[in-house]
Design a protein around this ligand. Structure first.
Ligand code: ZLV
Ligand code: CA
Ligand code: ZN
Length: 396
């Protein structure tokens, strides 16, 4: 069946879309920036453009206890499964008495249905990974995943279960080398840490870096993992630290310069791309000047490499911007981004939420005035040079 924009399934190229409508029922708390409802808004745009006709759509299942403990410890997962939710509304007097496993603070609150929420996020990413492993998908999309801060035995930065690590572990059963790329405005510390001692995963995170004021404070240019002779993973953790205000043009140049060099040296057999949308202009937490065009150019570049790929969600705290970016990036995956109208379809649910009624608003429409760009070109050139030097130690 074809949609009004003529979107149909292409032959010989498969995109799978993994979504669980129950994720949006979960709430971190009224004032918490993470709003699972952004996933519904994204799905609504994807569907109103008819993109679902060009993909295999799956209702993601929940991950099992055994799957979660493939990376996380049993005592951590047991605690997540049994801990009682905090009373709502959350306030400082109502904090959970003990911050066991970093749970119950204001970043990682204990809300109703937390374990189900985590299992759904992980389930969608694992389903995506399995479709890539079985070669049933060239690109698999899991916008409910991308929770890159979670550690083996600790919650961190709105993340409880590291669905990306679980998905990469799945890919490693079939693919010899996985390149992990992270364009969330925060450092992908949890994924980096999980694979520091292997040369089968290279991690590359682009992020705002300010060790004193910006979470999580790690990911300096010269943080490339333990550099002992006996560590095969040495030089396989790469970081691109940025300042506020970076533009589309700079980001695209930097992304393509860095990733083309990584691909040349590391020769990945699969790619895991975390598409955190808090790197967009107008985000509640991030302060870059990126438009959907710049953000999605990273997805376009990766797709053109022709390597099997999972696309994960991640951060993104202005829901209308998140939905626009992830819908447009879904269009990139099915190669329809040049064909769809930028005017948001009349029948889109919650259409009034998308100010200016366009999928591709300008920086003026989003911010009025762009943020001051604190990234001189010289700094970006130094980054590319440092990364090129790190990659001298890598060959496959
Ligand atoms: O987008 O939080 O700065 C992937 C992701 O990368 C902190 N957390 C930590 C360190 C001390 N705390 C502050 C505690 C704040 C708790 C509540 C907020 C509430 C309102 C507005 C902003 C925040 C907030 N929290 C902003 N930044 C933080 C970070 C965590 C960022 C996680 C990013 C997650 C999903
Ligand atoms: Ca990042
Ligand atoms: Zn983030």
């Amino acid at each position: 069946m074809a949609h009004e924009y003529g979107i149909t399934k292409p032959k010989g190229y498969n995109v799978t879309f993994h979504y669980n409508p129950n994720m949006e029922r979960h709430h971190f708390g009224q004032t918490h920036p993470m709003k699972p409802w952004r996933l519904t808004l994204t799905k609504s745009l994807v569907t109103s453009y008819g993109m679902n006709f060009a993909m295999d759509n799956y209702t993601a299942r929940t991950a099992t206890y055994e799957e979660l403990t493939n990376f996380h410890t049993n005592d951590y997962v047991d605690f997540l499964a049994t801990v009682a939710p905090q009373p709502t509304p959350l306030d400082v007097d109502n904090m959970h008495p003990d911050l066991k496993f970093n749970l119950g603070g204001s970043d990682c609150p204990l809300f109703e249905g937390l374990y189900d929420y985590c299992s759904m996020s992980a389930g969608s990413s694992l389903d995506a990974a399995r479709k890539i492993c079985s070669k049933q998908a060239d690109i698999a999309i899991a916008w409910g995943g991308g929770l890159h801060h979670a550690k083996k035995s600790e919650a961190s930065g709105f993340c409880y279960i590291n669905d990306i690590v679980l998905a990469i572990l799945q890919l490693l059963r079939v693919y010899p080398r996985v390149l992990y790329i992270d364009i969330d405005v925060h450092h992908g510390d949890g994924v980096e840490e999980a694979f520091l001692s292997t040369d089968r995963v290279m991690t590359v995170s682009f992020h705002k870096y300010d060790p004193n004021t910006f979470f999580p404070g790690t990911g300096a240019l010269d943080d490339n993992g333990p550099r002992s002779e006996h560590n095969p993973g040495a030089h396989h953790a790469l970081n691109v630290p940025l300042n506020d205000g970076i533009t589309d043009e700079q980001y695209k140049w930097l992304f393509e310069s860095v990733i083309s060099r990584c691909v040349e040296k590391f020769r990945p057999s699969a790619i895991a791309l975390q598409c955190g949308a808090d790197s967009l202009a107008g985000d509640r937490l991030g302060k870059f000047n990126l438009l959907v065009e710049g953000h999605s150019s990273c997805v376009e570049f990766c797709k053109k490499l022709g390597i099997p790929m999972i696309m994960f969600g991640g951060g993104g705290y202005t829901p209308r911007n998140v939905a626009r970016a992830w819908a447009y990036e879904t269009a990139v995956a099915i190669n329809q981004h040049k064909n769809i109208p930028t005017q948001i379809p009349e029948h889109t649910p919650w259409r009034e939420r998308f100010r200016h009624e366009t999928l591709l608003p300008t920086i003026e429409q989003i911010l009025g005035e762009p943020r001051q760009n604190r990234n001189p070109q010289k700094k970006l050139q130094d980054i590319v040079q440092h990364i090129t030097e790190q990659l001298r130690f890598v060959s496959h």
